[in-house]
Design a protein around this ligand. Structure first.
Ligand code: UDP
Ligand code: MG
Length: 315
């Protein structure tokens, strides 16, 4: 028999379409786990409402009043997936021995949770849920996600391939995570830094049963930029490499100009001049924007604003 209290943390943003299904499946899973002695009797599901504009919070309130093992945390506004998740973990660590975070759309297979708990009992502090294949995702989602992982690795960010935010963390791992005070949160890069004993369970990614993805391309891009700028300074070094290449190109042009002069032909210049001015100008601006991305992070980090505000906590 196991007495560790498990908290399943579910961030929700405009999820009214999928939440009824999610709640039903999570409740029966948790009941089963408590019956089988895989989770303590005080275990619960914690829905974090990330400033939804639809009836998500009303649903959560309803589930809290009927279900004995359901809790709801209402954030005062929309703070984004990562911060909402952090709010849930931070709240759960007060009384839960172990947390599992999972998206509200249940694209991650909840049947992996008992397996995660087994690994936890075997002494792991962190268990990653890793997608075996993503055939159910759209072609666009699959390739863009793959590009995302490639890009991150090439920029020197260590993250677990095909792992999103479906993971188990023990209380001390969450405690350690809460010590990291950064505002530009990229949890899947941060968790591997904790250093505790880690393992993975594998599952097939399922289709979103209802509702639509809250991660359009624009959000994914800014998420990628967040990830790179908070874990790697490689882009800054690439600027130096680019400078070297430009100097090399200018040397080649210099040789060409000297040879042409010696042969007595003046170098015709307008087109090449215009081209290079705009080309080099563009490159310089891109480099500046890379530097600006880092300065922007310094600016937001320096203010030390709270990550989220809690409006209500229903136990
Ligand atoms: N989410 C959130 N705040 C946001 C955007 C998303 O809490 O501002 C939640 C959302 O409700 C879901 C999870 O983050 O539980 C992942 O979102 P989604 O499934 O849309 O992303 P995808 O699986 O398409 O990457
Ligand atoms: Mg999803």
């Amino acid at each position: 028999m196991d007495n560790s209290t498990l908290a399943i943390v579910v961030p929700c943003y405009n999820e009214e379409e999928v939440l009824p299904q999610t709640n039903e499946r999570l409740c029966s899973l948790l009941d089963g786990m408590m019956r089988d002695g895989l989770a303590g009797q005080g275990s619960y599901i914690l829905y974090v409402n990330d400033g939804s504009r639809d009836s998500t919070w009303q649903l959560i309130e309803k589930y809290c009043s009927i279900g004995a093992h359901v809790r709801g945390l209402k954030l005062a506004g929309n703070v984004g997936h990562q911060n909402a998740l952090m709010a849930g973990l931070d709240t759960a660590r007060a009384d839960a021995d172990v947390t599992v975070s999972i998206d509200a759309d249940l694209q991650d297979d909840i049947n992996a949770i008992p397996e995660m708990m087994k690994k936890y009992h075997d002494g792991c502090d962190i268990v990653y849920g890793v997608r075996r294949k993503r055939t159910t995702d759209t072609f666009f989602k699959r390739t863009s996600a793959q590009m995302f992982y490639r890009f991150m690795t090439s920029m020197g960010v260590k993250s677990v391939y095909n792992h999103a935010d479906f993971r188990l963390m023990s209380r001390r791992a969450v405690d350690a995570l809460c010590q990291y005070e950064e505002r530009n949160l990229f949890l899947r890069g941060l968790v591997p830094l904790l250093g505790y004993k880690t393992d993975s369970v594998y599952y097939d990614r399922l289709e979103r049963p209802a509702g639509e993805s809250k991660y359009p391309l624009s959000k994914m891009l800014s998420f990628a930029i967040d990830g790179v700028t908070s874990f790697s300074v490689k882009p800054l070094r690439l600027i130096f490499d680019m400078g070297l290449i430009f100097i090399l190109i200018s040397l080649v042009i210099l040789v060409y100009v000297i040879v042409a002069l010696c042969q007595g032909r003046g170098v015709q210049g307008w087109a090449s001049l215009m081209l290079s001015i705009w080309f080099v100008g563009g490159c310089v601006l891109i480099c500046l924007s890379i530097i600006a991305a880092y300065i922007g992070r310094i600016y937001t980090e320096e203010k030390h604003r709270p990550r989220y505000n809690i409006e209500k906590y229903l136990k």
